[in-house]
Design a protein around this ligand. Structure first.
Ligand SMILES: Cc1cc2nc3c(=O)[nH]c(=O)nc-3n(C[C@H](O)[C@H](O)[C@H](O)COP(=O)(O)OP(=O)(O)OC[C@H]3O[C@@H](n4cnc5c(N)ncnc54)[C@H](O)[C@@H]3O)c2cc1C
Length: 558
């Protein structure tokens, strides 16, 4: 076996030392096993964490007709997956294939291990993360059958991918298995997309919430409680706020409408996050923070979308899309932004690999010396083009209109036009992305003549603006002209809640919105930096200010 394979195997299926197993014995109990014993089944949410002490256990995908073994575990190896720490359902089934003995640790006690035994917990967490990556790459468990032209199929696939739910995509048009499988499940092609969980639980065009419930993905938290702090959005800012809130004694609930990790969760490698010199994926960052937040008692509800907010008797009521409300003494809006994507169908598979929404050293390194395309006519596109021109062979700058000076500052236009290896292509739009694992080229079109040609670019940088996720706050708190949340000094007399501020003796806190007690952190905030580290930092800072706000509110009551 090569060194690389050895390294992968030792991360994914590490063998615990005897002294480490002795420590773990304090958290669970030893039990005998017989051939055929099912230690956990796909769909389980309450199974124990298992260390094999003697004998053999096979873990596999038991989809009918396509069952296969994924891993074989012997003495000293442990079973399980990230879901054991996040409270979600198992994707695979573990069956004893050789009688012996196992150490069983209940999920709740595994959390104690994470808190109390940092050395062992690091081995477990790394293995869990590596196993999830492997399952995502291998494709197993859930089946999604649908057409590549269907918007609902795309929605479900994106939801599964964002939540890192291992799945197999069966395409109606191309996969010869599709028709037979649909017939066996009693579904017609017109009823697709169809999802099949554990080989039998069939859903026809489920909503994201149905899908989450069926696959045990839903992370539920009691909603009838009054929380000290409700955080809306579980990107870096929201997750940061939830760790700091819970660790500083505030009862904290985070609501997330799609998937933990936010935009960062879509990044395959964040290279500039302090403390991780080798970089880390957005999913790994989010998973680590989630486990940490859970350790401090923070609650997270996914998928739960906030659709409204109002203040009533000194408390905040956050309205949820699926009905019901959550009550909080303070709120952090950390609902982030969505980078505008190009309306090109073939974009998805290349995102995070060859399609970027930022141009930093990290992205530039991936395409050093190659040809790249930058799309956009604003300052961020101009800055990116100049930055990339110094690191790549050629930059094609594509704008939809005729004139670069329309929305880009003059000094940038001059510099762009003077830079020899930037080629401006006005009236040009991307029509298709070409390539297998990485981008090989872009089919572009002159939008006046309809002429199409291919640019041999290896990376695409998209800077066509970002939209704030503030639909749930519109008309409730003050937003800037682009829809981002105004905070602190920026409010300056424009507050919707002017009467509230006038009746008070203090100015808004730094990250406080026009509604006292509601704060904003991260990309959703007007003037924010749009970086992971700054979002996490603002989440932490907002919590600090909430302590002041709550102390103030308590003092007024007394
Ligand atoms: C592909 C990509 C790569 C990137 N790479 C880097 C990088 O390498 N380094 C770096 O520093 N930055 C990078 N960034 C930028 C960075 O990811 C963002 O600055 C950061 O994620 C902002 O965090 P946030 O928590 O403020 O918002 P977001 O990450 O946008 O998270 C907001 C969350 O709120 C949820 N939400 C929205 N509305 C609601 C609602 N009404 N109810 C409940 N939930 C809601 C969303 O689903 C989302 O999960 C990258 C961005 C992208 C898109």
């Amino acid at each position: 076996m090569s060194d690389r394979m050895d390294e992968i195997r030792s991360t994914r299926a590490p063998r615990l030392r005897t002294d480490q197993i002795e420590i773990l014995k304090r958290y669970g109990e030893i039990r005998k096993t017989e051939v055929g014993d099912v230690l956990f089944r796909a769909g389980d949410t309450h199974n124990d964490f298992v260390v094999v002490l003697e004998g053999e256990v096979k873990v596999g995908d038991d989809f009918p007709g396509e069952a296969r073994t994924i891993g074989v575990f012997h003495e000293g190896r442990f079973l399980g997956e990230l879901n054991m720490l996040t409270g979600q359902a198992m994707y695979l089934t573990g069956v004893v294939s050789e009688a012996g003995e196992v150490l069983s640790i209940p999920r709740e006690r595994l959390k104690e291990v994470v808190t109390e035994e940092p050395n062992i917990s690091d081995i477990i967490l790394r293995a869990f993360l590596a196993r999830r990556s492997y399952m995502m790459k291998t494709g197993l468990g859930l089946r999604i059958i649908g057409s590549r032209h269907s918007g609902d199929a795309t929605r479900l696939r994106e939801f599964a991918a964002r939540n890192r739910v291992p799945h197999v995509w069966i395409e109606l048009e191309d996969d010869p298995k599709a028709d037979a499988l649909l017939a066996r499940l009693g579904a017609k092609p017109s009823e697709t997309p169809v999802t099949v969980w554990q080989g039998e639980d069939v859903q026809k065009n489920p909503t994201n919430l149905d899908f989450a419930r069926t696959t045990g993905l839903e992370v539920d938290a009691p909603l009838e409680h009054t929380y000290d702090l409700v955080v809306v959005g579980a990107g870096p800012a929201g997750l940061g706020a939830s760790v700091y809130g819970a660790s500083e004694g505030l009862s904290t609930l985070t609501l997330e409408s799609v998937a933990l990790g936010g935009q960062a969760g879509t990044s395959s490698r964040i290279e500039n996050y302090p403390g991780f010199p080798a970089g880390l994926s957005g999913f790994e960052l989010a998973s680590r923070v989630l486990v940490q937040a859970d350790k401090f008692g923070a609650r997270t509800a996914v998928p739960q979308e906030a659709i409204g907010l109002r203040r009533e008797n000194g408390h905040f009521r956050i309205e949820l899309s699926e009905g019901g409300e959550v009550v909080a003494r303070s709120v952090i809006a950390a609902s982030g932004a969505r980078y505008r994507r190009l309306g090109v169908e073939s974009l998805g598979p290349f995102e995070g690999v060859s399609v970027h929404y930022a141009a930093t050293q990290a992205e530039a390194q991936q395409c050093e010396g190659e040809e790249v395309v930058v799309v956009g006519g604003g300052n961020s596109a101009g800055q990116a083009a100049l930055f990339l021109a110094g690191r790549t062979r050629r930059v094609y700058l594509l704008i939809r209109g005729e004139d670069l000076g329309k929305s880009m500052s003059r000094y940038l236009v001059d510099r762009v036009l003077k830079t020899g290896n930037i080629e401006l292509l006005p009236n040009t739009e991307v029509r298709e992305l070409v390539g297998e694992d990485r981008l090989d080229g872009l089919l572009v079109e002159d939008n006046r003549s309809g002429t199409r040609w291919t640019l041999g670019a290896r990376a695409l940088f998209v800077f066509i603006g970002a939209e704030a996720n503030t639909g749930w706050l519109r008309g409730i708190i003050d937003l800037d002209e682009r829809g981002f949340v105004l905070t602190g000094m920026e409010l300056d007399g424009s507050a919707l809640d002017e009467d509230v501020w006038l009746s008070r003796s203090r100015e808004p806190f730094l990250l406080e919105t026009s509604m006292p007690g509601v704060f904003a952190a991260g990309d959703v905030r007007s003037g924010s930096i749009k970086r992971c580290a700054s979002a996490v930092g603002e989440g932490a800072m907002a919590v600090r200010l909430i302590h002041q706000y709550l102390a103030d509110a308590d003092a007024q009551k007394a």
